[in-house]
Design a binder for this molecule. Structure first.
Ligand code: CP
Length: 312
């Protein structure tokens, strides 16, 4: 595994999940294998969970961790041969080669602009970094992928499933603003890699890019999709037809009546969550809610990936 960019191209995803489960149980600890190594973390976009969990994972493995908040205002140049006399302050080539001098691996978050689907599908920050880096790159959420979240989600399902092949439903949910596609794409890729019975339910117009999620089954009737589910994963994402536009059909909120259709399903969400918009307080605070365990598993997911990269 040269980089950890997405789940679909990660050959050993299941073994990363299995290691994460062992780490969660305290069965696999490696406090010193990262000694003398440095993890550099750069955030072009804000974070609570990803920032702290990745930092903690590096420390747990004995690494030094340096993090930088680059902010949304830091404009990168991606084209070769450009006369850089506009707003772009640094070429991705220099950024990647320079960060490679400082870190033994580089973890980066860069959200999409949500202005142009064509532009966001290029995923230029992460792909540009990977093109020029001389050390491994870890994707902390790009325009298209949030693979550490997807890994933490699979660790959570493996830890709480009551049957070998659970029915897992990814449900679109309302929000107050248009959100990126990265979390649902990575969740779909993780569910497929784990061979779960997997259904996506969303209003028409929110179809995820098929080239990224494959042949995942789509059911437009949310109530029908929830029937007999073992896990409900709630997430809002932008319309993909009117890209970047707010869709706010509040009838898609996840409430107790919908959860009652399931097989006493575990409720999942990557957080942060808008209470009583995405899901009701009763669902979030129910004994079947797994949101805090899922967030806790972010540490084990990051640690599993960093360990894999340290071993190579
Ligand atoms: N789930 C997640 O990535 O959370 P943050 O945006 O807080 O990192």
């Amino acid at each position: 595994m040269k980089h950890y960019y997405n789940i679909k191209d990660t050959a050993n995803f299941k073994s990363l999940v299995e290691r994460g489960v062992r780490m969660r149980k305290g069965e696999e600890q490696d406090h010193s294998m990262g000694e003398g190594k440095t993890l550099v973390i750069v955030f072009f976009s804000p974070s609570l969970r990803t920032r702290i969990s990745t930092h903690k994972a590096g420390l747990n493995l004995g690494m030094q961790v340096i993090s930088m908040n680059a902010g949304d205002g830091y404009q990168m140049e991606f084209e070769l041969g450009t006369i850089m006399d506009g707003n772009t302050a640094e070429h991705i080539k220099e950024a990647s080669k320079v960060l490679s001098q400082y870190g033994d691996m580089i973890a980066v978050r860069a959200f999409p602009g949500l202005q142009s689907k064509e532009e966001d599908l290029k995923d230029r920050v992460l792909k540009g970094l990977m093109a020029y880096a001389t050390v491994p790159i870890i994707n902390l959420e790009s325009c298209l992928h949030h693979p550490l979240q997807g890994l933490a989600d699979a660790i959570t399902i493996e830890s709480y499933k009551k049957r070998d092949k659970p029915k897992v439903v990814l449900s679109w949910a309302p929000h107050v603003k248009a959100l990126p596609l990265a979390v649902p794409i990575s969740f779909a890729q993780a569910a497929t890699a784990m061979s779960y019975e997997f259904i996506i339910t969303h209003p028409k117009g929110h179809e995820l890019p098929q080239e990224l999620i494959g042949d995942a089954e789509v059911e437009y009737d949310q109530h029908k999709a929830f029937k007999g589910a073992d896990f409900i994963y709630a997430k809002s994402w932008s319309s993909t037809v009117q890209y970047g536009k707010l869709s706010n059909d509040r009838s898609w909120i996840i409430d107790e009546a919908k959860m009652a259709l399931t097989n006493d399903a575990g409720f999942m969400h990557c957080l942060p969550i808008r209470r009583n918009v995405v899901a009701t307080d009763e669902v979030l605070d129910a004994s079947t809610s797994l949101i805090y365990e899922e967030a806790g598993n972010r540490v084990h997911a990051a640690q599993s990936v960093i360990k894999e990269l340290l071993m190579e």
